[in-house]
Design a protein around this ligand. Structure first.
Ligand code: FEO
Length: 404
């Protein structure tokens, strides 16, 4: 056993044994400005059980943390709640080192693990709700399909009411502190919101249903231990409440204006649109794409009632950066938004109509006719942009009578 204790106790007989990735700044396109953690947990039952692993480069760190707490030969079960490689990448190295008797994942998790690692050894898939005895402790497995992968599963340590929730209730936040109660609530809410907006937003109906079913599932966690970020050992209902609120996608009196510009004409239009939105009573967030990363734009949409898109026309098309972010946002399936489009052009001007079609494909209700400017917007165009903002604001105010 390692002499220096690196594990952190999270409940009576469960310990964090994961890794902190201080330098992570990009997670497949998600800007992780505060880094992340890959949380893994050791449950000191009989047998000792490891729940989740870490990203592959951190596997040795995980194994050192495990060894600081238990004899690796005593670890007979390894549970994989989620097969994405930030948690399962370290699994082959871990299995080679620990040689567990049983590797446990959902049926779809096993399919994903075989797809990743081309294994042929037996893996064990519990039924939804199945329990596993670890001496005087009990693990229960709950399938949470599409939260956020088909394989996703919760593991619940019954006696200690500790929920190992994989990505759900997590956030990308590197910290020396392991617990949410040691960190600032504003930072937690910001990073948890960003995680929700970028990872879980497409599945809000499932989240609402799952939260509603917690009593029926007899899940009353005193500790929520996600696979990223801090662990909730005090008031875990805080993060559950945030999820319940965000999952509704209730629109608010807030507009997000996403645009790019070639020669500052669409930028001038965006500012005029913003003036109109503000004059109409909305909180306005301008997101020029030269300065804004797509995952931050997705985060802006939490609590918004309107999404407006602006783009110059380049070679008869929407500007590529705008198409990129629209593709990303469309996949996240934001709901309950109204919107409009605007943009400058030189001689063909297709972008605005293309943006309106994109908004409609996203199920954003287009509530005002788009504004186009030939070359540089003059006073008349700027006035029409302000009017566009005011029209969108009026549509939001009508739908959101009280600031939401
Ligand atoms: Fe943190 Fe879906 O992996």
């Amino acid at each position: 056993m390692d002499s220096s204790l690196r594990a952190v106790r999270i409940s009576d007989r469960a310990y964090w044994v994961g890794a902190v990735d201080w330098g992570l700044r990009d997670f497949h396109g998600y800007a992780t400005s505060r880094g992340s953690t890959y949380n893994a947990y050791l449950v000191l039952g009989d047998p000792v059980t490891l729940i989740d692993t870490v990203k592959a480069p951190f596997a040795d760190e995980l194994l050192r943390n495990v060894a600081s707490l238990a004899d690796p030969a005593a670890i007979d079960y390894v549970v994989c709640n989620h097969a994405e490689l930030d948690h399962a990448g370290g699994l082959p190295r871990t299995i080679a080192a620990l040689r567990p008797e049983r590797v446990i994942a959902s049926a779809l998790g096993i399919k994903a693990l075989r797809g990743h690692f081309h294994w042929d050894q037996p893996l064990y898939a519990p039924q939804d709700g199945e329990t596993l005895r670890l001496g005087d402790l009990t693990l229960r497995f709950i399938e949470t399909r599409m939260l956020h992968w088909p394989d996703s599963m919760f593991t619940y340590l019954e006696e200690e009411q500790t929920l190992f929730s994989q990505d759900a209730f997590g956030m990308h936040l590197a910290s020396a502190e392991r617990f949410a109660d040691q960190l600032e609530t504003a930072v937690l809410r910001e990073e948890a919101g960003k995680y929700f907006a970028n990872i879980l937003l497409p599945y809000t109906n499932l989240i609402t249903r799952l939260i509603g079913r917690l009593p029926e599932l007899e899940l009353a966690p005193r500790v929520i231990a996600p696979d990223h970020g801090p662990i909730w050992r005090e008031r875990p209902e805080t993060i559950v409440g945030w999820y319940a609120d965000w999952a509704i996608q209730r629109p608010g009196r807030k507009a997000v204006v996403v645009y790019d510009t070639m020669w500052q004409s669409t930028d001038a239009m965006a500012r005029a649109v913003g003036e109109g939105l503000a004059a109409g009573g909305l909180s306005v967030v301008l997101r020029p794409l030269a300065a804004c990363q797509r995952s931050d734009i997705a985060t802006s949409l939490l609590g918004a009632g309107a999404l407006l898109l602006g783009s110059p026309t380049l070679n008869n098309q929407v500007f590529p950066t705008v198409a990129d972010v629209v593709t990303y946002l469309k996949g996240l399936r934001p709901r309950n938004l109204v919107g409009a489009a605007f943009g400058s052009y030189g001689w063909s001007g297709e972008a605005v109509a293309q943006l309106e079609a994109m908004l409609q494909e996203m199920k954003v209700e287009v509530v005002a006719e788009g504004v186009k400017a030939v070359y540089v917007p003059d006073a008349d165009v700027r006035a029409r942009c302000r009017a566009l903002g005011e029209a969108v604001a009026a549509a939001v105010v009508e739908r959101v009578p009280v600031t939401g």
